[in-house]
Structures are given as structure tokens and as C-alpha cells.
Design a binder for this molecule. Structure first.
Ligand code: ZN
Length: 259
């Protein structure tokens, strides 16, 4: 069996996800080098210690996550929690790849595109390009799933699809036709979504001010879970990797997180 080198994989990933086009809060690509050749990749949302342990148990040579390491504004020193994670990964020669914004924004494999697919939301398109707005064009615009225009029905559908009860602010009796979403911790984009005409904004998390924004603009807010909304991009990426490198074994491991 021909093995894929770390370099080949890294190059293909960076090119496919167009990492050079993003100004991000963390480095995108190979964050820690491990074994030079890769036979098995474990995919996950966050490179936590628990996830790394599961990946090692599953005999991964590499992990690919949405939330990697080395975030802007965090203590850069390799101590405590960060040391434990890195030391563990080095001990097991794990390659650690992190893709943050490139894996939110990718038109096909990105978290926003995949959330639309999982929930059956319609993506507004112009000349084949999704309608987006806001900082880095990270907010997507579209329509609710067919037959789920009424917010109480839509909410129930989200709960069933993501297996998590969403936080809701607004009037459940209302029906919507223009919706906006951005996976993860995008609550600070709420007002931009409103300016773009959204009648409901779906993201992962909420902050205190979200309640007032929803009330004072009279636009609904859904917090569907940061982790819950960001499980799908990395899995779609896994399918694409398998197509490109059929000899690589791929496994997604979910470490559930209530936030
Ligand atoms: Zn996130």
C-alpha cells in the first residue's frame, strides 16, 4: 500500500482550503509535525486532550480539527494544559492539522455549507456563488427548510437534526423566509445579519447582548450549539480526502460538548 506523506497531504489541504486567503486567529495547516507518512487520519472538532487520546487509541497518524491550537491572545508558552496536549501528541508522533476559518467558509465542505445541507436550508446563490455578508463573508443567507418556515417547526427540526436543544430568542409563532447563519461562536455577527435582512440568525453560541438585539430589532436568534454546528465541515473534508487519497483511512471521532 502506498503511503501518503505528511508534506503531500499538507500541501493538498492548504491548497484545497485556500488557507493563504484567510486572516485568522490561529495558524491554519500543519500545527505539529508527527510521523512522516500517514495511513490513518482521525477527524474531530477540537484538539482537546480527550480527543487526542481517542485518536491515538484509534491508531491515527494524523488528526485534522476545526479548533486547533495557538490562538491569538492566549498565553503562547507551552505550559499546563497546552503542554499536556502537545507533549502527548509528540509522544505519539501525531501530526496535528488545524483549519479554522477556511473550514467555515469553504463553499462545499465548509461548516456553513454543511450546516445548510444537514438542516435542509436553501442557500441563496448568485452566479453559483453563495450569498454571504459580514466580516470575511462568513455569514450565509438563504431560506428555511421547506415546510419549516414557522419558527417553532424549524426549531424542533434543528433539535432533532443536531440532537441538541437550541436556545431561542424571539417569537416562535412567526414564519420566516430570509434566514442567515454562521456556525460556531458568531453571536457578534447578529447585527450584520439583521442589516442583510435576515428574519432569524442561527449560530452556535449566545452572549448577553444577543437578547437585547433580538428584542430591539425584533429579529429571532437561535443558538444551536458551537460544537453541534461545527461537526460537519471536517467530516465533509474527510470525504474529499478519501477521494483524493484512497489509501488513507479516515475516521470521525466526536467528543460531545454541550456548548
Ligand atoms: Zn468554532
Amino acid at each position: 500500500m502506498s503511503l501518503v506523506s505528511r508534506q503531500t497531504l499538507n500541501q493538498w489541504l492548504n491548497q484545497s482550503l485556500q488557507t493563504d486567503n484567510f486572516k485568522d486567529y490561529a495558524p491554519n495547516g500543519l500545527q505539529l509535525q508527527g510521523k512522516p507518512y500517514i495511513q490513518k487520519i482521525v477527524l474531530g472538532v477540537t484538539a482537546s486532550k480527550a480527543f487526542l487520546e481517542k485518536a491515538v487509541e484509534a491508531q491515527a497518524d494524523a488528526v485534522i480539527v476545526h479548533h486547533g491550537w495557538f490562538w491569538k491572545n492566549e498565553n503562547p508558552c507551552i505550559v499546563q494544559m497546552k503542554y499536556e496536549r502537545i507533549a502527548y501528541a509528540i509522544k505519539h508522533e501525531l501530526n496535528v492539522f488545524g483549519y479554522h476559518l477556511p473550514l467555515d467558509a469553504h463553499p462545499e465542505w465548509g461548516n456553513n455549507a454543511q450546516l445548510a445541507k444537514v438542516l435542509g436550508m436553501g442557500v441563496n446563490k448568485k452566479d453559483g456563488v453563495p450569498e454571504t455578508c459580514g466580516q470575511g463573508n462568513l455569514i450565509w443567507l438563504g431560506t428555511p427548510p421547506e415546510g419549516k418556515e414557522k419558527l417553532d417547526v424549524f426549531l424542533q427540526h434543528i433539535e432533532t437534526s443536531l440532537d441538541r436543544k437550541p436556545l431561542f430568542i424571539g417569537n416562535k409563532e412567526r414564519s420566516v423566509s430570509r434566514i442567515a447563519w454562521c456556525t460556531g461562536g458568531a453571536q457578534s455577527y447578529f447585527e450584520e445579519a439583521i442589516q442583510a435582512g435576515a428574519e432569524v440568525f442561527i449560530t452556535g453560541e449566545a452572549s448577553e447582548q444577543v437578547f437585547h438585539i433580538a428584542n430591539e430589532y425584533d429579529v429571532a436568534f437561535i443558538g444551536a450549539g458551537h460544537h453541534a454546528t461545527e461537526r460537519y465541515g471536517v467530516q465533509a473534508l474527510g470525504v474529499a480526502i478519501k477521494q483524493q487519497f484512497p489509501t488513507i483511512e479516515i475516521e470521525f471521532i466526536d467528543c460531545p460538548n454541550p456548548i
